[in-house]
Design a binder for this molecule. Structure first.
Ligand code: PGA
Length: 692
């Protein structure tokens, strides 16, 4: 009972951790994918702050940005659906193991002011980020330790579909937003923003006192300067970065750094541009030397168009005069250039170049280089075009569209998969190493298998099978039911039972394929009766018929080759248990199946049967059973990986009966029973089945 309560609490806690972690990874991956340049700038900030920016090729930050957002999003989806558990939980843990100490360092040393973990969508201070990561690390450790408790919502057969779709979706989103601007704009220069209003400080509000600090470098030495001690006279200092240090907190307007200085005259034309009641185009080229000039003809056409209709046209850049001159030479640009802070330009539009249309200080449109409008779009005056009117994008509708394109197809997979699993659960399909998560929290099958041993004549056997079939008619057992009978019963028993409810198996098969082996029955012969299972390695056969690890290896191979599911038995004798050698013994016996390929191994069922408990009325205690089952599973995980370990059913056998079955089966690693004596009476066997 106590065991069950602890298990339930653990289950709830694990799932809480799972969904919190999944939600945050999904959110964090999504907001980064929506704005790849934003995260790229953040990575550039980090590289610069650590003085290693020059170590990497120019595309490295963007590559990392897209890659990290895809990984985070995939971890979120995988955790949510409970698929690729080992991979997703390990990645989540590794990320948190790296991020937690890293953000502690950020919080203490403050090399960058915002860690950027949720892009611009949710800005946390460095300390907030650190504490958030501590919570996530606890969740990741919990999940790593108890990942096998995670319920899977999608079967293994369909998980590749979900994985592929998620990957394609997230890469598509990143590249789409990279090319055509972020689909959600979290920055202060959204369409519809009145720049003047966003810069204003409301009456009575006290503005923050902010000091701009410049980081300069000379002969490998970095130093910070303010406007007061800036070394204007010494040109050997190289600009590295600048940051705003808040000296006194106060009201901070959303926009505080929008200022346009005409490059040729040095005149501040901010007000002139923002108060112009007519239209103005702002061509934002934050660095002209790095700008894409492939659509320069369109840009020049827009300049001509604005001249023709009397609209303003200004190019905004942070590049030095020589670079502007070289741009003019290259592109034939005749428009006016204004110098604007580099970070401001990158904040205004995530494209280089990008184009803005403003009127009366209000942002009406934004275009990336790939979407610059052509003469067909601008066929009339802006006053007469829809394009010239303000249309504020509705985030709810954008999120709705994303939801539609991502969630709806996945829901369809989920529904299809659910019915697919249901069909398999009702026995119409083979290979059912997955169970309906709504029935139980484990993702392996629960099985109750009878082992008739050398009991019952043919007539008695048929009668027993028929009665069991009747007892189960109209019921849906919460486990798979199998009866393993002597060879001579097989062909007569299979037709009398409902194959969708009761599987039939043999108790042994030969270690040879066919030929002159008088008295033996081959795996092919067993399969030809309609039987689907075969018990192999039972302790009675090991003890009385000298079955060794090698012989059993052959039998298992032949059983699998003939489409039979081996129920492979292992277990120690009393002296071995008393000497505390049970783990070593079962591990030694498992050698017969540990030479199988992962694919073959995942087809077998194991049965742990302590020899001292078989037919003696002496059962292993629930704790003893759980302990050794968990050990067996851990060896499978080591050999074949966690995923296979989690899907291998391990049955308990040895004096299992109606009164102790429920307690034994309540253990997380006990997936049913192999029942000897109690399988010979329908009422007893049925009561064990009902223990689930
Ligand atoms: P038992 O036998 O249930 O009679 O102990 C189990 C078995 O040998 O499979």
């Amino acid at each position: 009972m106590e065991n069950k309560t602890t298990h339930t609490i653990l289950l709830i806690w694990t799932h809480l951790c799972r969904f919190v972690l999944a939600g945050l990874f999904l959110f964090s991956g999504f907001v980064k994918a929506v704005d790849p340049p934003g995260f790229t700038y953040k990575i550039q900030d980090y590289l610069a702050a650590f003085g290693v920016a020059g170590w990497f090729p120019f595309f490295f930050p963007l590559f990392v940005a897209i890659f990290v957002s895809a990984i985070e999003f995939c971890i979120g989806v995988f955790l949510f659906f409970g698929i690729r558990k080992h991979l997703s939980v390990t990645l989540a843990l590794l990320l948190m193991l790296f991020m937690t100490p890293f953000t502690l360092y950020l919080a203490i040393a403050n090399p960058v002011s915002d860690c950027g973990c949720f892009g611009d969508a949710w800005i946390l201070t460095n300390w907030q980020t650190f504490w958030k990561n501590v919570c996530l690390l606890i969740a990741a450790v919990t999940l790593f330790r108890w990942r096998k408790l995670m319920v899977r919502f999608i079967s293994r057969k369909s998980e590749w579909l979900v994985s592929m779709y998620t990957l394609i979706f997230i890469f598509f989103l990143s590249f789409y937003c990279l090319r055509y601007l972020p689909i959600l704009d979290f920055r202060p220069y959204r369409i519809g923003t009145d720049i003047r209003q966003a810069m204003a400080i409301p009456e009575g509000a006290r503005p923050a006192v902010v000091e701009t600090v410049f980081i300069l470098e000379k002969e490998g030495k970095r130093q910070e300067f303010t406007l007061e001690n800036y070394p204007y006279a010494d040109s050997s200092w190289q600009f590295v970065d600048r940051k705003d240090v808040v000296l006194e907190k106060g009201y901070e307007p959303p926009i505080h750094d929008f200022s346009l200085t005409e490059t040729q005259t040095g005149e501040d034309i901010t007000d002139l541009v923002l108060t112009d009641p007519g239209y103005s185009f702002l061509l934002v080229v934050h660095r002209v030397e790095r700008a894409d000039d492939s659509r320069i003809d369109l840009i020049n056409e827009i300049y001509d168009y604005s001249l023709e209709h009397g609209y303003g046209f200004y190019a905004l850049t942070s590049s030095p005069d020589e670079e502007i001159e070289s741009w003019r030479d290259r592109t034939g640009a005749e428009y006016l250039f204004c110098r604007v802070d580099d970070i401001t330009l990158k904040t205004i539009i995530r494209a280089n170049p990008g184009l803005l249309l403003i009127r009366d200080g209000v942002i009406l449109r934004k275009w990336s280089n790939a979407r610059i409008p052509d003469e067909y779009v601008l066929h009339d005056k802006l006053e007469n075009l829809e394009l010239g009117q303000l249309e504020v994008p509705r985030d709810a509708s954008t999120i709705g569209k994303v939801f539609f394109w991502f969630v709806i197809p996945l829901l369809l997979v989920l529904v299809a998969d659910f019915f697919f699993i249901k069909r398999r659960d009702s026995g119409k399909e083979e290979d059912t190493y997955h169970i309906n998560p709504l029935i139980t929290n484990k993702m392996r099958k629960n099985i109750v298998a009878g082992n008739w041993k050398m009991n019952k004549t043919l007539q008695e056997g048929i009668e027993l099978a028929t009665s069991l079939n009747e007892a189960l008619a109209g019921e849906t057992p919460k486990c798979d039911v199998v009866i393993c009978t002597p060879f001579i019963h097989l062909a007569s028993v299979t037709p009398v039972v409902d194959a969708e409810k009761i599987g039939v198996g043999a108790e042994n098969c030969a270690d040879k394929e066919a030929g002159a082996y008088t008295g033996e029955v081959s795996a092919a012969m067993v399969a030809s009766t309609g039987a689907r299972y075969v018990i192999l390695g039972h302790s009675e056969r090991r003890a009385y018929y000298g079955e060794t690890v090698e012989i059993l290896r052959e039998k298992v191979k032949l059983a699998l080759a003939n489409g039979l599911t081996p129920i492979f038995c292992i277990g120690e004798v009393l002296e071995e248990r008393e000497a505390g050698k049970q783990n070593e013994v079962v591990f030694g016996q498992l050698a017969s199946v540990y030479s199988l390929s992962p694919e073959d191994f995942s087809k077998i069922v194991l049965a742990y049967e302590p020899v001292w408990a078989i037919g003696t009325g002496k059962t292993a205690t629930s704790a003893q059973a759980q302990e050794i089952h968990a050990y067996i599973r851990s060896t499978i995980a080591e050999k074949y990986g966690q995923e296979i370990a989690d899907t291998t059913s391990i049955l308990y056998g040895g004096s299992c009966n109606a009164s102790n079955a429920a307690e034994l089966f309540a253990n997380p690693d006990v997936d049913g029973g192999l029942i000897g004596g109690a399988s010979l009476k329908v009422a007893d066997f049925k009561a064990i089945i009902d223990a689930f």
